[in-house]
Design a protein around this ligand. Structure first.
Ligand code: AMP
Length: 203
């Protein structure tokens, strides 16, 4: 399955829960790029120049990375792609690699997105994601590590990421047409997850 939605729509949070419930790998292209950046690989160095500017990493690079990942054994019984495809060219590339059982779109009002992303804090140790409005300190509630803000979660970069989403990723909703199942992502995370499970159980 693939998960569509603007930056801040809650794709990462929902993807983690879906993958836990259904026992499928969570393939997040953003996480893969960040891992490469952390390890200072050639791919990571290249990706960083685009990510820091709030732009998309080029399609050929992203597609090659995803193709490689989908060929691994753990994808044989299904997988969830989070943050991929993000362009029509990536969707065409994906079509040549695999068929899809579900195209899920998390729909969130634009004014909520900016608040959600700029208030997002992540745990560098356990990868937990939180929002400042629910935190009582700057320590991870799960493992006590100091929480950090993603470098690309500042207001200027986020605005660019939302523009890029509107121009390049949103057209995918039309591209996938009737196969798209949309859920209301303006609700609290547990309610969004309930809506997603309903959609998935009906397939
Ligand atoms: P995310 O964690 O999904 O918000 O992705 C963070 C950043 O990684 C994005 O703003 C892009 O710069 C880059 N990125 C992630 N997925 C893709 C993709 N499918 N195509 C191009 N760039 C991507």
């Amino acid at each position: 399955m693939i998960l569509l939605g603007a930056p801040g729509a809650g794709k990462g949070t929902q993807a983690a829960q879906i993958c836990k419930k259904y026992g499928i790998p969570h393939i997040s292209t953003g996480d893969m790029f960040r891992e490469n950046m952390g390890n200072n690989t050639e791919l990571g160095k290249l990706a960083k120049t685009y990510i820091d500017a709030g732009k998309l990493v080029p399609d050929e690079v992203t597609l090659a990375m995803v193709k490689d990942r989908l060929e691994r054994d753990d994808c044989k019984n299904g997988f969830l792609l989070d943050g991929f495809p993000r362009t029509i060219a990536q969707a065409d590339g994906l079509k040549a690699l695999t068929s899809l059982d579900c195209v899920l779109n998390i729909d969130v009002n634009t004014d909520l997105l900016l608040n959600r992303i700029t208030g997002r804090r992540i745990c560098p140790k356990c990868a937990g994601t939180y929002h400042i409005s629910t935190l009582t300190s700057d320590l991870c509630p799960a493992c006590n590590e100091k929480l950090v803000q993603r470098a690309d979660d500042n207001e200027a970069t986020v605005k660019s990421r939302i523009d890029v989403y509107n121009a390049q990723t949103k057209p995918l909703i039309e591209y996938y047409g009737k196969s798209v199942k949309s859920v209301d992502g303006n609700q609290p995370a547990d309610k969004v997850f309930e809506s997603i499970v309903k959609v998935l159980e009906a397939i």
